[in-house]
Design a protein around this ligand. Structure first.
Ligand code: ADP
Length: 575
């Protein structure tokens, strides 16, 4: 049944009950009123007339008005015959009254008879009143019974309606609300069962069909997700690089075969285990968890780590990635775990070692013949060896320049091989910064003259000594000065300045050259990097070696430059 019909019927029934109760009560009240009226009209009036007639009869002798009143009341009584036998009695009273009026004697006798008649009429009416009163009593009892019966029925029915009707409407709504909550918490198997053709029935049908569709959609989505998961698992498992996935609590979510192999643990020992607990007994895990990214620095690539695998040393580059997601209706990203990827760089490392060894051998081997060429050139320049003409002198100069360049390159390559093999040896000592600057300026003097560049020294006075490797710092300064001279237009000035900043000394080499475009400033300290489009000869190694030398001494190196504004290279070392 529809809710609307239910409400109409419920309210209608209540309405009918009210009408029924009103009718029953009204009917009985009217009946009782009729009974009272009847008694009043039929019997009370007769008693009243009779009483007045008796009073008039007693007064008749003295007063004529009494007689008149008697007649009036007798007339009224004649009109108010209501009880069986009353007519005869009244008739007899009329007769006796007439007889008394027609005779002048024996009036007292008639008066007695008349009194008897009146008393009989009174007696008759009083008996009738008693009877009718009993009847009215009975009627009022009946009325009470029926009104009580109807009232009680109405109350029971209204009470049932009061309890049942809201329950009837609210129950399905509650059930529906619960079902919607179930669906919201992804229980797509939830159904509602409202029978009948009410609005709730229709609603239930729509709800169930919606839940069914969601269930179907969820199953297909789930299947797709499971397939996707399998695909990713296969992919990760077939990767040659070890991969370990951690959830936000640091528990291992996935681990591929390579990772299982190098960690030397079984899959069951790893899956679901807290990585930090494993790290207590597994050295490699401890190394892997080091530098785990935080939310502020989500991605980190650490230096290569060496792992003994199958009795062979292997090199891996560790990459730590934070998996971050943005939840629905949220703007901030939340970390939901980390992935540790170990890139096997053994083959590259081996190639690098081979290349470094090769470079070291070549540069070492080349150094001796180049030095002997240099010596031979110096001999050739001496007058006592023999006179050389101008053309020959030019050739000798050109050979000397090329030889210098070769010597520089082999020197740089040797330095580089030292760095790459980790054989860099520092001789830290108390070094005089003024001496370092003077030495470097002296070393590049000729170069500066050759390029027509002036060198200006601006240093703060009485600066303390540095704790540094003097030779390497001089090498760095010379390198930066040579670059500044090479990249400055002729006639310009290269300025060297030295200042104290905190517990450090800052060396600055400022030139008036073309400067370096922003996109290259971060790369010029990379090995073999040369700014594209620059035709000056070079290896792209100088700045890379400078960086290694300065950082090895615990200092920092950098550049401030922009296109057309000149460059300022600086390095900072501790006192
Ligand atoms: P190179 O031996 O080729 O000079 P460097 O490592 O010394 O190698 O320098 C790397 C690159 O940085 C150079 O190729 C050059 O383009 C740029 N560079 C270095 N110093 C300066 C400078 N003072 N002004 C402009 N560019 C410079």
């Amino acid at each position: 049944m529809k809710i609307k019909t239910k409400l109409t019927l419920g309210v209608g029934l209540l309405f009918l009950l009210i009408i029924l109760l009103s009718l029953v009560s009204g009917g009985y009240i009217l009946m009782l009123k009729a009974d009272t009226n009847n008694i009043l009209k039929a019997n009370y009036n007769s008693l009243n007339y009779s009483r007045k007639m008796l009073l008039s009869l007693d007064e008749e002798t003295e007063d004529k008005t009494a007689e008149k009143r008697f007649r009036t009341n007798l007339r009224l009584q004649n009109k108010n015959i209501t009880e069986p036998g009353e007519n005869e009695l009244t008739q007899r009273l009329n007769d006796h009254v007439a007889e008394m009026n027609n005779t002048s004697k024996n009036r007292e006798h008639f008066r007695k008879l008349i009194r008897q008649d009146i008393l009989q009429i009174m007696q008759l009416n009083m008996t009738a009143i008693q009877r009718k009163s009993q009847l009215a009593d009975q009627s009022s009892n009946d009325a009470l019974f029926w009104i009580f019966l109807t009232g009680s029925s109405c109350f029971i029915i209204a009470f049932v309606l009061l309890v049942q009707l809201p329950k009837n409407i609210a129950k399905p709504i509650k059930e529906l609300t619960n079902s919607i909550r179930q669906i919201a918490s992804r229980n797509y198997k939830q159904r509602v069962a409202f029978e009948g053709h009410s609005e709730f029935g229709d609603l239930a049908k729509s709800f169930n069909s919606m839940a069914e569709k969601l269930d179907e959609y969820n199953s297909t989505q789930l299947a797709e997700v499971l397939n996707e998961k399998k695909r990713i698992e296969t992919l990760i498992n077939n990767m040659n690089d070890p991969v370990i996935g951690l959830d936000e609590q640091g528990k291992i979510m996935f681990v591929n075969n390579e990772a299982i192999h190098i960690l030397n643990l079984s899959k069951s020992e790893l899956m679901g285990a807290a990585a930090k607990e494993l790290a207590l007994s597994n050295d490699l895990m401890r190394t892997l968890l080091r530098d785990l990214p935080t939310e502020t620095s989500p991605q980190k690539t650490a230096n290569a780590i060496t792992i003994l695998n199958n009795g062979k040393e292997q090199y891996f580059e560790k990459e730590l990635i934070t998996i971050a997601t943005t939840h629905t209706e949220e703007s901030e990203q939340q970390s939901i775990g980390n992935v540790i990827i170990l890139r096997n760089v053994t083959s590259f490392k081996e190639l690098e070692f081979a290349k470094t060894n090769f470079m070291a051998t070549i540069s070492h081997e080349l150094k001796t013949p180049i030095s002997s060429i240099k010596m031979s050139l110096q001999l050739l320049e001496r007058k006592d060896v023999g006179a050389v003409n101008e053309e020959q002198m030019n050739l000798i100069n050109s050979i000397r320049e090329d030889n210098e360049r070769l010597l520089k390159i082999t020197g740089e390559l040797l330095n580089l091989t030292q760095l790459e093999t980790g054989n860099i040896k520092l001789y830290m000592q108390s070094s005089d910064p003024y001496q370092i600057i003077n030495y470097a300026v002296e070393a590049v003097k000729k170069e500066a003259e050759h390029f027509g560049v002036r060198i200006q020294i601006l240093t703060e006075k009485n600066l303390p000594n540095l704790s540094a490797d003097t030779d390497k710092t001089q090498w760095v300064l010379i390198n930066l000065l040579v670059n500044a001279i090479h990249y400055s237009p002729a006639g310009e000035t290269v300025t060297i300045s030295l200042k104290e900043s905190g517990s450090q000394l800052r060396f600055e080499i400022k030139d008036q050259g073309d400067g370096i475009a922003d996109e290259y400033t971060s790369r010029i300290f990379d090995r073999y990097f040369q700014v594209p489009g620059i035709s000056k000869p070079g290896t792209g190694l100088g700045l890379a070696i400078c960086k290694e030398f300065i950082e090895a001494q615990g200092g920092t190196i950098g550049v401030e430059s922009s296109c057309g504004q000149g460059s300022t290279f600086f390095f900072v070392l501790d006192l």
